[in-house]
Design a protein around this ligand. Structure first.
Ligand code: NAP
Length: 463
């Protein structure tokens, strides 16, 4: 082993350990920032280890790549708003998968050019890489376009779409097997790449925009598997390790998200959830939500002993996290106790509420997970729901016909009094009514959450 190879191997080992420690730290909000720093350091080590690799032909091209990557990555990291994070992540997966696919195509092309086809085992790795890589590129791009509203967010469905998808996938598998047996068949290789791109499109187009976070994390897992296969194809250990970590963590995250929404994978991928709700028929008496003025709500809140803030997607839309914290400060100043209830899928991505509240410097100890806070709601004076809807909908417990039946929710209806901040009568992500808003202990403060909180805080300061 040459000194260069030793340096590369050692830095790859250090990078892999840093990735594992980084992932471990990401499991808790308190250590998540350090986790990102460790992972970034790991990536730096992996890049440095690769730069001393003896097979590098031209440092000039490597510098061009680094320059282009920095130009794209810098604004993605610094300019994108938190609410746009799901589409930001989708586009980074697209770039990662594009890199894996291009490496696979280059590996195949260069061997063909030299006149000797790939070994069967390497062909298996390269075939796997371009199959999962190319479908992740097009799938992630559609996910990005839906979340960014460049494409309609509703599921774009047509008769026989599941049959078409299965046929395309079976065709791709057939080509893959054919290639492993006949690695020199160029037509089969390039058809596989083209078919995989088409599968990505046809798989993600029928899924509703609101289900995209689960799809994005599943595609993340595919991109990881493609990267791992790249590692096998080009004999690169750090790619094998970090691709496998990425593949496994993306898959676990998709499962956890689906479970927290009480949905199965099949339902997310083939269920066209998130379609506009069917027009309501002439059913039941018309119910009214009871509004309360910010002045009256402020008087109750200011002197409440135990208050729980329940943040949801609307808080993120309104960017009202700082004001939520100011409101809590006002309550605490008068001796009240404030906690924040964190539902695992509140908002539009896992950890959305933790990140928002951390931005407003809320103490981690005050952010209480669902299971723990649910035991306490019975003794809470006021629960103040800020832009949350589905995650506090009692239909999940009471109505077996509800699409969210079985989804774990925050038991806000157990609190003595409930205030809800929302703009109007808009439904949540699931597009269904919420009985909590019509409950006799619930009062609504209508308006954009930021404006309502601003009013509440001013009223409390004036008391
Ligand atoms: P939600 O059910 O989407 O409800 C958000 C509520 O916020 C709406 O009722 C809306 O009512 C209100 N709102 C919107 N903008 C507002 C503003 N500027 N000011 C005040 N209110 C505003 O949100 P959630 O309770 O957080 O539930 C999240 C949902 O997303 C769940 O169904 C979950 O399954 C799903 N989901 C989550 C993830 C994840 O990883 N977190 C991933 C995929 C899907 P108005 O229009 O009347 O204001």
């Amino acid at each position: 082993m040459t000194t260069r190879e030793l340096v590369t191997d050692v830095t790859y080992l250090v990078a892999s350990v840093l990735f594992i420690l980084g992932l471990r730290s990401l499991t808790k909000p308190q250590t998540a920032r350090r986790g990102m720093q460790l992972a970034a350091l790991g990536m730096l080590a992996a890049i440095c280890g690769t730069l001393v690799h003896h097979e590098i032909v031209s440092y000039g091209w490597v510098c061009v790549g680094l320059g282009v990557g920095t130009l794209i990555g810098w604004p993605l990291g610094t300019r994108v708003a938190m609410t746009a994070m799901p589409q930001r992540i989708a586009i980074s997966h697209m770039f990662g998968a594009l890199a894996a696919t291009l490496v696979g195509v280059a590996e195949y092309y260069s061997h063909q050019l030299e006149g000797h086809a790939l070994d069967r085992s390497v062909m298996g790795a390269v075939g796997f890489e371009v199959l999962f890589g190319a479908l992740t590129v097009s799938g992630s791009f559609i996910a990005f376009a839906k979340l960014q509203e460049l494409l309609p967010g509703r599921p774009l469905t047509f008769a026989g779409q599941n049959v078409l998808n299965l046929t395309l996938f079976a065709g791709a598998l057939g080509l893959f097997v054919y290639l492993v047996v006949n690695p020199g068949a160029e037509w089969a290789f390039y058809s596989l790449v083209g078919l995989a791109f088409t599968i990505g499109l046809s798989m993600v187009l029928p899924i509703g925009g609101a289900d995209m976070p689960v799809v994005v994390s599943l595609l993340n897992s595919y991109a990881g598997l493609a990267a791992s296969a790249t590692g096998f194809a080009i004999d690169n250990n750090v790619l094998i390790i970090c691709g496998a970590l990425d593949g496994a963590s993306g898959f676990l995250l998709s499962i956890l998200m689906s479970r927290a929404m009480n949905r199965s994978f099949a339902n997310v991928l083939f269920g066209a959830f998130g379609s506009p709700p069917a027009a309501a028929g002439p059913s039941g008496p018309v119910r009214e939500m009871r509004a309360i003025s910010a002045e009256d709500a402020a008087a109750t809140l200011a002197f409440a002993r135990r208050v729980v803030v329940v943040p949801g997607y609307g808080l993120a839309v309104a960017q009202a996290q700082q004001l939520a914290r100011e409101m809590a400060d006002q309550i605490e100043k008068r001796g009240g106790d404030v906690k924040y209830a964190i539902h695992p899928v509140a908002g539009r991505m896992p950890g959305h509420m933790n990140v928002l509240l951390a931005e407003a410097n809320v103490d981690y100890e005050k952010m209480v997970e669902m299971e723990e806070i649910n035991e306490q709601f019975g003794s809470v004076d006021v629960a103040i729901v800020i832009g949350a809807n589905d995650v506090v909908n009692p239909a999940a417990k009471r109505d077996p016909k509800s699409p969210i039946f079985g989804m774990p929710i925050l038991d806000v209806d157990q609190a003595r009094q409930v205030f809800v901040l929302k703009r109007g009568k808009g439904a949540g992500f699931a597009g269904i009514d919420n009985d909590l808003f019509f409950d006799e202990k619930t009062s609504l403060i209508f308006g954009d959450a930021k404006a309502s909180l601003q009013q509440l805080v001013s009223e409390m300061k004036a008391l």
